[in-house]
Design a protein around this ligand. Structure first.
Ligand SMILES: [Mn+2]
Length: 377
């Protein structure tokens, strides 16, 4: 299984590709700060913090990490990059950083920085290098990250399996009377014991009227007979995310829930059928949206049909009405139409798909048809 893990050669290939794009876009260097872009190109992952930690990847020079002392050993172990410099607390960081930039001939020019950089750090970088023009790292890295390799898809499939297994284990139990937070805890536990490295987002367990809020988290409401129950969960493996939503019906389905479920299910199927290389992301959104509009609930489909997924749970390509990105083999994104009736209930069905030669395949195999669960025999 280890050979499936992303290794030094993969990181180097990604960096070479990034350099090609830097030439095309006239970007002199990438200045990576803790983010999935840093992880993608260097193999090192950490949360952003108040202390500056960065990796400069010049387009025509060797990459260099500049880190606080406490990260030195970790960065040396976890990345393929050999040049790891430590900045000292003794003298002014701005001077030290200027010296690095001068040495790398990057004191002016165009540098791409993380889209998710803290404003405080951005201001600091501007002050450090006032002549530099800053641009978004996404303009360089997104087009590479969008196309997943077989190894990446393998990791995403494992992460999908963890979520799927957890969903199955949770729904096979009696859930009537259980609190949403208890079910969320169980789902997360079940993912962890299967090998998940953590959750990429707060696990959603939204019962009854809570289900009309798409990004509700979970709370202490107890699940009742007649409730729809939206379960939206994700696992991580090799830092890659999964994302899966099902709406379970507890005990029996009221006719209105039945009707809405059918509509969402048709929209889901229509969108999945539409996916193939060359089709735009917009067309996939329109396919799902068209079904829901025709069913008279267009106003209640209050979000996009889906989002790209990989190291970040939301990344390019976004599946929305105006996204003209043409789909390509190896792209991975969610398809997750939903209908939300405020104060009443909501229904959402979500799977991640990978674009294949002739269409797409879902990373999860859990049935999407309406199913009734959870009451005591
Ligand atoms: Mn999602």
């Amino acid at each position: 299984m280890d050979h499936q893990m992303i290794g030094a050669n993969d990181f180097k290939a990604r960096c070479s590709r990034a350099k090609e794009i830097m030439y095309e876009k006239d970007v002199d260097a990438l200045c990576l700060t803790p983010s999935s872009d840093m992880l993608y190109l260097t193999g090192f992952r950490t949360e952003p913090s108040e202390r500056i930690l960065l990796c400069i990847l010049p387009r025509s020079d060797e990459p260099r990490f500049i880190v606080p002392k406490l990260y030195q050993e970790q960065v040396e172990r976890e990345t393929w990059i050999n040049d790891v410099r430590v900045w000292s607390e003794e003298s002014k960081l701005i001077i030290q950083l200027r010296n690095h930039l001068k040495e790398l001939e990057l004191f002016s020019g165009k540098i791409a920085i993380s889209d998710r950089l803290w404003t405080r750090h951005y201001r600091f970088l501007q002050e450090t290098a006032p002549k530099v023009r800053f641009t978004f790292a996404s303009e360089v890295v997104n087009q590479i990250r969008m196309l997943k390799s077989r190894k990446e898809i393998y990791l995403m499939e494992e992460a999908a399996r963890f979520a799927e297994g957890a969903l199955e284990a949770t729904l096979s139990d009696c859930i009537q009377g259980k609190k949403e937070c208890e079910l969320a805890a169980k789902l997360e536990y079940q993912m962890r014991v299967r090998g998940s490295e953590g959750v990429p987002f707060e696990t959603i367990v939204a019962s009854g009227p809570n289900s009309s809020v798409p990004h509700y988290s979970n709370g202490r409401r107890r699940v009742k007979v007649g409730d729809p129950l939206v379960l939206d969960l994700g696992a991580k493996f090799g830092h890659y995310c999964s994302d899966l939503t099902r709406t379970a019906i507890i005990g029996y389905a009221k006719p209105k829930i039945n009707k809405i479920y059918e509509l969402v299910h048709q929209a889901y199927q229509k969108a999945v059928e539409t996916v193939r290389p060359g089709v735009t992301a917009a067309a996939v959104d329109q396919a799902a949206r068209g079904v829901i509009i025709e069913g008279g609930h267009g106003e209640q489909f209050i979000h996009r049909t889906g989002h790209g997924i990989g190291l970040d749970v939301h990344e390019s390509p976004y599946v929305h009405e105006k996204e003209q990105t043409g789909l390509e083999i190896g792209m991975t994104f969610s398809i997750e139409p939903g209908i939300y009736l405020p104060g009443q209930f909501g229904v959402r069905i979500e799977d991640v798909v990978v674009v294949t030669k002739n269409g797409c395949r879902t990373l999860t195999k859990y049935p999407t048809e309406m199913a009734v669960f959870g009451i005591r025999a």
